[in-house]
Design a protein around this ligand. Structure first.
Ligand code: EPZ
Length: 416
């Protein structure tokens, strides 16, 4: 049984690092060593913070912050940098940002973020054309309000929490996202002196405070990287002991591994999975906001289902085109019918074949690595830089589990 450990969570580290603009000196431990964290560190530096990063701990001194303008090239490189907006609005009373770059997953609007800022008292001016356009938001002093999200958006929930932290009065977020990364952001802010409660439920209450204090915090483990490593064992009929995980966060993912025929035992902070020679299909799998099955595991499960028994229809409900991995999997012999980039009819085949394929986004790239592990022969995954956005050591971690995988510049080569 191979052993691996989950690194710190990308999707918790990014909003927590953005939240440091609200305070003085923050020390953030267990940040994953990935390009998205390095990009976030560059943004903090561009804003005038004093930042140091050793690959796992980021130390930010925001007392010298001097800019409220989010750099264009960073907004284009990493759309989630819009998460800085709420904190800058709260700290500075203004922010200027470019519309986040297009994304391979389809439409990624930020209307819920901007309408929430307006509800808290900001004026928001947007240039005509969205793509590459500029957003300027200003607010003398933000004032708390009751905000209903018609979609439980993770980013919008987090941006409202950041904008409301130093606002006057109380803000109530209704239909808030319940993802564990929202709870981790609340835990960081509370550790720094914010008055926030309810994260993990659909109602989050933020009572504005005057300022935040210096703080030290450790980011939660990455449940999606953890799920990806479990999938590496499952797709190859192997066994794994995975450490540094939070069982509660993993439940929506783990139950699907069990449904596909894997045997799972839970230990303190760890999970053991033993897979059958060939996985069972699921019949139907739909992505949903937490605590439903997470969209960030959809591509990885598609890779597993592509070589499982039986058939499975996958329904992607969060994004309009999280399907760039489908044609690449088909190149490897998968039988998948794509209906409107929303329904994917996966007919399991006994064996995938190695091929040269291309990563088009982070989780789709990870799915191709998984498919390559199970495939007969050698697989080359081009554009592996996408994978490095969210996986700090997928090569060495999988090698430790027995995989024959190595990065080639610029391709990641996965053999049998
Ligand atoms: C976060 O993105 C994650 N990213 C995504 O992970 C994840 O897939 C997503 O949440 C859903 O769980 C980070 O945390 C950095 P959303 P976010 O706002 O906040 C629509 C990965 O691979 N929407 O919850 O951008 C939106 O179009 C990434 O690690 C609006 O319509 O996701 C989408 O359909 C990919 N208007 C849905 O809500 C808005 O103003 C969910 O998006 C905002 C969102």
């Amino acid at each position: 049984m191979g052993e691996a450990g989950a690194p710190g969570s990308k999707n918790a580290a990014l909003p927590i690092l953005a939240a440091t603009v609200l305070g003085g000196r923050s020390v953030i431990h267990n940040c994953p060593d990935i390009s998205d964290v390095r990009c976030t560190v560059e943004i903090l530096t561009a804003l005038g913070c004093d930042v140091s990063y050793d690959g796992h701990t980021v130390t930010v001194d925001a007392r010298g912050i001097s800019s409220h303008v989010l750099p264009k090239e960073h907004m284009e490189k990493m759309r989630s940098s819009i998460i800085f907006a709420g904190g800058l609005l709260s700290r500075f009373g203004q922010f200027t940002a470019h519309y986040p770059g297009g994304c391979k997953l389809g439409e990624r609007p930020i209307n819920l973020h901007l309408s929430a800022f307006k509800q808290l008292g900001a004026t928001v001016e947007e240039s005509e054309q969205k793509e590459g356009g500029i957003i300027v938001a200003k607010a003398e002093k933000l004032a708390g309000d009751k905000i209903y999200l018609n979609i439980p958006s993770v980013g919008a929930t987090q941006n409202i929490m950041l904008a409301a932290t130093l606002a006057q009065g109380t803000t109530v977020v209704q239909n808030a996202a319940k993802e564990p990364e929202v709870t981790d952001l609340q835990n960081f802010l509370v550790a720094a002196g914010a008055k926030i409660s309810g994260a993990g439920s659909s109602i989050i209450v933020i009572e504005g405070v005057r300022e935040l204090r210096d703080t030290e915090y450790t980011v939660m483990p990455d449940r999606i990287v953890a799920g990806t490593y479990l999938a590496a064992a499952a797709i190859t009929g192997g066994a794994i002991r995975l450490k540094n995980i939070v069982h509660h966060d993993m439940r929506p993912i783990v139950e699907k591994f069990i449904d596909m025929g894997s045997f799972v035992t839970l230990e303190e902070g760890a999970i053991c999975l033993t897979a059958p020679q060939r996985l069972h299909g699921l019949g139907y799998l739909t992505t949903q906001p937490h605590p439903g099955f997470p969209t960030d595991m959809q591509p990885q499960f598609m890779a597993m289902l592509a070589c499982a028994h039986d058939n499975t229809t996958i329904e992607e409900t969060l994004f309009t085109s999280r399907d760039k991995h489908v044609p690449e999997l088909i190149k490897m012999g998968a039988k998948i019918i794509n209906r409107y980039s929303k329904f994917f009819h996966v007919n399991g085949v006994p064996q995938l074949n190695g091929a040269t394929v291309k990563a088009m986004d982070l989780r789709g790239g990870a799915a191709l690595v998984l498919a390559g592990l199970a495939a007969h022969g050698e697989t080359i995954v081009q554009e592996a830089r996408y994978i490095q956005r969210g996986y700090q050591a997928i090569d060495s971690d999988l090698q430790a589990l027995g995989a024959d995988i190595k990065y080639f510049d610029p391709q990641a080569k996965i053999c049998d």
